[in-house]
Design a protein. Structure first.
Ligand code: KG4
Ligand code: ZN
Length: 345
């Protein structure tokens, strides 16, 4: 479906610890405001009840500021999109209910968006868009998914993690090294000062060719620390070497599977998305892979890697163009429903 004039889309994201509101005109971002709940750091992870309360405080002011930045009024909005899941139920409920309330009071259509689909298509926020079919690796705090994406509506799951997500592994190793939460950026900074070849951490070889496993890697880092630093006092140079070696092992595992998929499936683009896609070494390795296979590499800018409402508004727009509209009875959901993605074969 195409529309005679451009649509003003309001997107709301509140699935975890970022409240975000964005305004798009079709696929062009006019504003994308993100309020991160840094206070969770003190607890070593996200506290759901505190998260919900902070979303509640932030959502209305962010909607007002996003409209102001985009130079629009509420009455100019043509379509409202919000994350319905997966995520923390209490957190999701805030953004979703606010969006439904706006849809009802403005009499404008509402589209419920799957957060992971928001990440999958976030490459389309960039000037250079991916082309179908594309291979997408989603790496976030809660998910590690390798997908073959044929179109805006045909998403095939090739593999996923059998235990920890990639971001979760960064966060857990960070905690055991004493860096705190979130772990990815701190491990990355420490790794820059270390030697990635100093320690050989093993990565699980799985029978299922495209699946990942990171809990063994996390355990081997723990064993290394227990054996070499029983009092947990780790000199900075050792911390840096552990960070660099862990990061290399994890990235090697990701690259190995993507390389295998690129050998087996002919695609036009390779896209890396989700919070862990902010990692510079991983971004470089993906660009190298795409170059090797002579396909385009689309990695969103950092603001569109971590949780943001621009990707939610964009996915809402894509679904609406496809004829989708949701009732105001849509309920939030905590995890991806079983068999949500298609299976090849
Ligand atoms: O997509 P995201 O913002 O939230 C979820 O939907 O989970 O991803 C957050 C995850 C965290 O685990 C965080 O440690 C990781 O992304 N992360 C990174 C980096 N920046 C964030 N991991 C590795 N390197 C980074 N630079
Ligand atoms: Zn996310």
């Amino acid at each position: 479906m195409s529309f005679s004039r451009k649509l003003n889309i309001l997107g709301i994201e509140s699935s975890c610890d970022e409240t975000s509101v964005a305004i798009l005109v079709n696929d062009e971002v006019k504003s994308n405001l993100i309020s991160s709940q840094y206070f969770h750091k003190a607890y070593g992870g996200v506290v759901p009840e505190l998260s919900s309360r902070a979303h509640l405080q932030m959502v209305k002011p962010l909607v007002d500021s996003a409209l102001q930045t985009a130079n629009l009024n509420l009455n100019d909005i043509d379509l409202i999109a919000a994350t319905a899941g997966p995520g923390l139920i209490g957190a999701l409920l805030v953004g979703l209910t606010f969006a439904k309330g706006l849809s009802f009071s403005l009499s404008k259509p509402f589209v419920a968006v799957n957060h992971i689909e928001g990440h999958i298509f976030s490459g389309f926020l960039m000037e250079q868009k991916p082309e179908f079919p594309m291979l997408v690796l989603v790496v976030s705090g809660g998910h590690t998914l390798l997908l073959y994406v044929e179109s805006f509506t045909k998403i095939f799951l090739l593999g996923t993690t059998v235990d920890d997500a990639a971001g979760e592994a960064f966060d857990k190793v960070s905690k055991l090294l004493g860096f705190g939460y979130p772990g990815g950026p701190q491990i990355e900074t420490s790794a820059l000062k270390g030697n990635e070849k100093s320690i050989k951490f093993p990565v699980a070889e799985l029978k299922d060719e495209y699946n990942f496993s990171f809990s063994g890697l996390k355990t081997s880092v723990l064993r290394y620390v227990q054996n070499n630093f029983p009092d947990r006092k780790i000199p900075e140079s050792d911390l840096n070497n552990i960070s660099a070696s862990f990061q290399k092992a994890l990235i090697d595992a990701l690259v190995q599977k993507v390389n295998l998929a690129l050998n087996n499936y002919e695609v036009k683009s390779l896209s890396l998305v989700g919070g862990v896609a902010a990692n510079k070494k991983l971004r470089n390795e993906f660009n190298n892979l795409a170059e090797k296979f002579r396909i385009s590499s689309v990695i969103p800018s950092i603001d569109y890697c971590s949780d943001n409402a621009a990707m939610i508004a964009l996915r809402g727009f894509q679904l609406y163009q496809n004829g989708n509209k949701d009732s105001l009875n849509v309920a939030p959901y905590p995890s991806i429903p079983e068999n949500y993605f298609l299976k090849l074969k």
